[in-house]
Design a protein around this ligand. Structure first.
Ligand code: T6T
Length: 316
């Protein structure tokens, strides 16, 4: 695992098990464990969280796994030790496998706030802050229908890793809504292990097995980047509509040069800000809101200049 050093305002480093005041009454320490390191969505989330922690007089420490992987993330959770910070903000990389390690931190006295992804077991977190991912999928399907403009054809959905709550909800929201557009038919959801190469191969395979493919919905940043590569390799850029989720610098560049027809942008900074607010409320015994959402925005090339505030950051 490596440290996220992109956001300068807070302390970045290991919250060691050797322990200072962590976990004790009156502790002003928060830990953030995102889904993966050095990735614009989680960097933007961290930026929001760090600024809010500073404002509220708390110290936020961030550590992120090298890959979006439950075993790697478990090591970081376990490293919080027997004397954890007052609250842990975490994006669980698996809705089931992360249950036990998170429960252990909770049992040791830390408040738990889920940011972005969540566990299936809703009893663990004091609060969960995320995009309304099902609505994001629905928005993508409506955008796909608009782009098809009455033309008939098949559509491929690219998911990441089974057990990722966010992308699963996007894929389901998309498929449910697509049923309202009879001219478009989903050929199903394919997993890519969140690897761009796998996403590219799935697109290549779909293009040869499904000659009437007219759209791809990529449920996050890596699936989008891979899908764009697959379409580019086949000379199908623009002929097959690509809708991506997220708004990383490379996706925004792709929207500008016609590789994506639309992006569904999240507001990761707001997820971080709200997550810290809930964590601090839980620590201080103030009222906590169980579920909170951040806004989503469908962006096309035509309106991208007016929406540049939703583009993700590489550093704070
Ligand atoms: O789409 C985001 C995040 O919401 C999702 O849970 C995992 O993938 C991203 O981090 C983008 O890479």
């Amino acid at each position: 695992a490596a440290l996220l050093t992109a956001c300068g305002s807070g302390t970045v480093g290991q919250t060691g098990s050797g322990g200072s005041q962590a976990g004790s009454a009156g502790s002003k320490k928060l830990a953030l464990i995102p889904g993966v390191q050095a990735e614009p969505f989680y960097i933007s989330l961290q930026c929001g969280a760090q600024a809010e922690a500073k404002k509220l007089g708390y110290e936020l420490t961030t550590q992120a796994p090298q890959k979006f992987d439950a075993a790697m993330q478990t090591q970081l959770v376990n490293a919080l030790g027997s004397n954890p910070p007052a609250a842990l903000l975490i994006a669980p990389t698996d809705d089931t496998a992360m249950l036990a390690p998170i429960q252990q931190v909770k049992a040791r006295g830390a408040k738990i706030v889920e940011v972005d992804t969540s566990l299936k077991d809703t009893s663990v977190a004091a609060s969960s802050v995320s995009s309304d991912n099902a609505s994001g999928g629905k928005l993508a399907a409506q955008t796909m229908a608009k782009l098809a403009n009455g033309k008939s054809g098949s559509v491929l959905v690219l998911d990441t890793i089974a057990g990722t709550s966010t992308t699963a909800a996007r894929a389901k929201g998309f498929e449910d809504e697509l049923k309202n557009t009879p001219n478009l038919k989903s050929i199903g959801v394919q997993f890519t292990q969140n690897e761009p190469d796998q996403a590219a191969s799935k697109v290549t395979a779909a293009l040869s097995s499904t000659p009437d493919l007219i759209g791809v919905f990529a449920t996050n940043l890596n699936t989008g980047e891979g899908a764009a590569t697959g379409l580019r390799n086949a000379g199908k850029v623009g002929a097959v509509n690509l809708i991506g989720f997220d708004a990383s610098p490379s996706e925004v560049e792709g929207l500008k040069n016609g590789q994506y027809q639309a992006l569904i942008a999240q507001d990761p900074a707001s997820i971080g800000t709200q997550g810290v607010q809930q964590a601090v409320a839980a620590v201080e015994g103030k009222p906590v809101t169980r579920n909170l959402t951040a806004e989503l925005h469908s962006i096309t090339k035509a309106d991208m200049d007016a929406n540049s505030q939703y583009f993700y950051k590489q550093s704070c």
